[in-house]
Design a binder for this molecule. Structure first.
Ligand SMILES: [Fe+2]
Length: 259
């Protein structure tokens, strides 16, 4: 399956479960059922029999070599992740979940995701000063882009029938924090395949809202993330300068920004 990127030929082979960039295989890392034990609604689901099953593959820096100078100029990475449609003990297939470190002024690095194939729910969560948690569940379908705002932990959930292929752009210099979500035994809510959502009892005062993916006014909706980054890297200045997300975008003097 071609990944709808013009600036590099990215193709996912569903049979081999491999990604090719201009015909060359892209290296990947995996998460297995066993890696998810700490974050599942039903951790007893993990057994010696299923613990080595791959539930998602992370192709970090996919196709970046081709346009290395543009990506390196701003320390930005393009990643592709493919989530299987695996029943995780009643839950949809999901990623482990993590938080990003602070970039500046108390604001963590944001991230932007794009659904390339399938259907996702992005779980965004943030702890407020009173100890309660805000959860936003963003529904996204093919072609949708979703910005993960600063300081929100995030989990990708494959809620479609079949695989989910998603891409993201993110600052390439930091390490994510996975431990906080592991310590809480997953995100603030679990999405179960039987159409119900269960609040994780380790979190207090959880408020949940549902959203559909919204179009960001400063992005070109006609282009995928890779192609737009190559043609207009300054549209992604917010990935390194999170405070720009808090301003009104039409007041950005994007050209004067050091990015
Ligand atoms: Fe992230």
């Amino acid at each position: 399956m071609k990944l709808n990127v013009a600036n590099v030929d990215l193709e996912y082979d569903e049979k081999e479960k491999k990604l090719y960039s201009d015909g060359t295989e892209v290296p990947f890392s995996t998460r297995l059922v066993g890696d998810m034990k700490d974050v599942l609604f039903n951790p007893e689901f993990v057994t010696a029999k299923n613990r080595d099953a791959v539930i998602y593959r992370m192709f970090r820096g996919a196709g970046v070599e081709k346009n290395k100078t543009v990506f390196d100029a701003h320390n930005i990475r393009y990643d592709v992740t493919v989530l299987e449609d695996y029943d995780l003990g009643g839950e949809y297939t999901k990623t482990l979940g993590h938080y990003h470190p602070i970039a500046e002024n108390g604001l963590a690095y944001p991230e932007i995701y794009e659904v390339i194939y399938g259907k996702a729910v992005y779980l965004l969560q943030k702890k407020h000063e009173d100890g309660g948690y805000e959860v936003i569940l963003v529904e996204a379908k093919k072609g949708d882009k979703v910005i993960f705002p600063p300081n929100y932990g995030h989990i990708s959930i494959n809620v479609g029938n079949g695989i989910l292929i998603e891409a993201n752009l993110v600052n390439s210099t930091f390490e994510s924090n996975y431990q906080s979500i592991k310590d809480m035994h997953g995100g603030a809510v679990y999405l179960l395949r039987k159409d119900n959502m269960v609040v994780n009892k380790n979190y207090k005062d959880v408020s949940v809202s549902h959203q559909e993916a919204q179009k960001a006014a400063f992005l070109d909706a006609s282009k995928g993330l890779y192609d737009e980054y190559i043609s207009q890297p300054k549209h992604f200045v917010f990935l390194n300068k999170p405070e720009f997300l808090l301003w009104e975008h039409d007041r950005w003097d994007i050209d004067s920004q050091h990015f």
